[in-house]
Design a protein around this ligand. Structure first.
Ligand code: FES
Ligand SMILES: [Fe+2]
Length: 363
């Protein structure tokens, strides 16, 4: 009897979700690691992802690869070496690695030296290209049939695109919460061109669960925003949040399309990359690029500034009070993340714990 009780208690402890896992970014997910077009065939570059240094490249035939940016010999950064379109040569002692991570050559070995280098392998990571970006899944755990959140796609032919990337000295969670937090917009993004009126207005929005996230259903938005006026007509706007840290805003006005995508990427502890990409289907809008770029940068640095100050406060005391309906999407983020971790841990399919709900707040 006693033994049974003890076992039950042990099971409870070992089955519980590790609280540390909840504080870290989702391990098995795709993260944006930069623009795809700037990585040409035969090129490689270093990227940082969740504490890993990774070298991502494109071989001579255009196929992507990603591997740990660390030579197994003495730890040298392989991204500092040379890539001939087929293999990477470490700049320290010339060891060569194929894009499959396997060691191909150790040029310093004498012909009489039978040391076997064929079993030396650099850790590889899956990498794909979508919506003009490169995406890496840094997960190194056992292979499972887990369903990971889908990588964002664009869904239309973009005539142009504007990308701004900014490093935020704040945790992945805090930064990601800003993607689902309607309450900060009026206070943080108060530039005249984005928010001409300073008044808080009552908002009522319907939220619907979608795979690995939720969407604020399509609706006619205010006509007063100068950015929306450019579209002509009343646009339909749909804003989706999806794990691990993806916000997809899609604007449709007749046959015109604009998409404003934001991705959070964990670089290292309390350092997060925010990537904002604005795509449009109307070639005329390309003329506005020089004007739009500084505005977009200003918008993103408003988030950056406030998040860094908030992180300092959370460093002193790591608790939040999530209050009212405006903070419900933030609570949903944590519920979705918990469910993803729980599903992975117990080897079952992810089941979205959210239900359709109408939320009211002032912003
Ligand atoms: S450290 Fe790379 S070859 Fe020696
Ligand atoms: Fe923001």
């Amino acid at each position: 009897m006693l033994a049974a009780t003890t076992r039950a208690a042990d099971d409870t402890v070992s089955d519980a979700l590790d609280p540390k896992a909840m504080r870290e970014p989702l391990p098995n997910a795709w993260y944006c690691v930069g623009q795809a077009a700037t990585l040409k065939a035969g090129g490689m570059r270093p990227v940082e992802l969740n504490g890993e240094q990774i070298v991502v490249g494109r071989d001579a035939s255009g196929v992507l690869f990603a591997m740990r940016d660390r030579c197994p010999h003495r730890g040298m950064a392989l991204s500092k070496g040379r890539f001939d379109g087929a293999s990477v040569m470490c700049p320290f002692h010339g060891w060569r690695f194929g894009t499959d991570g396997r060691c191909r050559d150790v040029p310093t070995l004498s012909e009489t030296d039978s040391s076997d280098f064929s079993r030396i392998v650099v850790q590889r990571f899956p990498v794909i290209e979508s919506a003009g970006f490169l995406w890496i899944n840094p997960y190194l755990g056992p292979a499972t049939a887990q369903d990971v959140p889908a990588v964002p796609e664009l869904g239309f032919e973009a005539a142009g695109c504007l990308v701004v990337e900014l490093v935020v000295e704040a945790s992945f969670d805090l930064t990601t919460l800003s993607l689902v937090d309607p309450g900060h917009v009026a206070f943080v993004h108060d530039s005249w061109w984005f928010r001409p009126s300073k008044e808080l207005r009552e908002k009522v929005k319907t939220f619907i669960p979608v795979p690995h996230g939720f969407v604020m259903s399509s609706h006619a938005t205010t006509k007063s925003s100068p950015v929306y006026k450019l579209l002509g007509g009343v646009p339909d706007v749909e804003i989706e949040f999806r794990l691990p840290g993806v916000r997809l805003e899609r604007i449709v006005a007749g046959d015109k399309r604009v998409a404003n995508y934001t991705f959070a990427t964990p670089l290292s502890n309390n350092r997060t990359m925010l990537t904002n990409a604005l795509y449009w289907s109307m070639p005329l809008l390309n003329l506005l690029k020089p004007v739009a770029r500084p505005l977009m940068r200003q918008f993103l640095s408003q988030d950056q500034q406030v998040l860094q100050h908030a992180q300092a406060g959370l460093d002193r005391k790591p608790t939040m009070v999530l209050l009212g309906q405006g903070d419900l999407p933030s609570q949903w983020y944590f519920r979705l993340k918990r469910e993803a971790l729980d599903a992975a841990r117990t080897g079952r399919t992810f089941e979205n714990p959210l239900t359709q709900q109408e939320l009211r707040w002032r912003s």
